[in-house]
Design a binder for this molecule. Sequence first.
Ligand SMILES: [Zn+2]
Length: 132
Amino acid sequence: MYTHKRKLGPRAEYREQQGQRVTAAPSLSQKYGKLKSLTVDVGYFAPEGGSQFRQMSYAVNLDHAKSVFRMDCCNDECVQGDYELTEELAKAIAKRAKSVVGELCCHGWQNKASIKTTKCNHVLRYKLKLGY
Ligand SMILES: [Zn+2]
């Protein structure tokens, strides 16, 4: 049987797959009943932690945000990268940590032309504040 497959670039295809994982996951409030509040503070940096692109801080809506917790890479050309805080969040909540600070490096490719040659390597520095 012939099934029509939409043509997506490697970037859109990856984002779509990840989007499905996120959509299928339970919300933070469903998965972590003990968690009452979550504030995310993030800074995006160039590779090697050089210049800073942007900084943001926001309170997460636990009823809407999913427990598969991803943040888009700040490199608009990035392919198959992004940051995922799902594990960090699960560990922090398991030990009832009130704040977690860390850094993640994007493991995607710098752009479509550099797939399998140059890594994206943009850096995300985060601080999570959790309330129970
Ligand atoms: Zn990236």
